[in-house]
Design a protein around this ligand. Structure first.
Ligand SMILES: [Zn+2]
Length: 125
């Protein structure tokens, strides 16, 4: 009688241990699943960062191109009409009308100014 009682006590203790192990296994499984989810989230974030980085590089290169274009415009050839003593940028419609005979070239606006040429409206920006 005593032996039987002890056995059932031990048996139910084992059962409890077994249940604990089972629930611990489930707990670990759950943790692992959550961990996988976090890994997935990190991957998504990383790809978003990559996309944003690419966009940033694109925006920067566009900015650079704009700056270069501006520089080109600013450095347009300055010409003058030795007859009227007027200075123009080469793209100016009045500047284009200057005959080869009267056309003179300057390094820049300052150069034209030093040589006593007045600025056409195309030079005032
Ligand atoms: Zn002009």
């Amino acid at each position: 009688m005593v032996m039987e009682f002890e056995f059932s006590k031990i048996s139910s203790a084992f059962k409890r241990v077994k249940q604990d192990v089972h629930s611990m296994k489930n707990y670990v499984k759950d943790l692992y699943a959550k961990d996988q989810q976090r890994v997935e989230d990190i991957r998504k974030l990383q790809s978003q960062v990559e996309i944003l980085t690419k966009e940033l590089i694109l925006v920067r290169s566009e900015k650079t191109t704009k700056t270069i274009n501006k520089t080109i415009v600013e450095e347009e050839q300055v010409i003058g009409n030795s007859d009227s003593k007027m200075a123009h940028v080469e793209s100016c419609p009045y500047g284009k009308k200057v005959t080869d005979e009267h056309r003179v070239f300057f390094q820049d606006k300052l150069d034209a100014n030093k040589k006593g040429y007045k600025f056409c409206v195309c030079m005032k920006d």
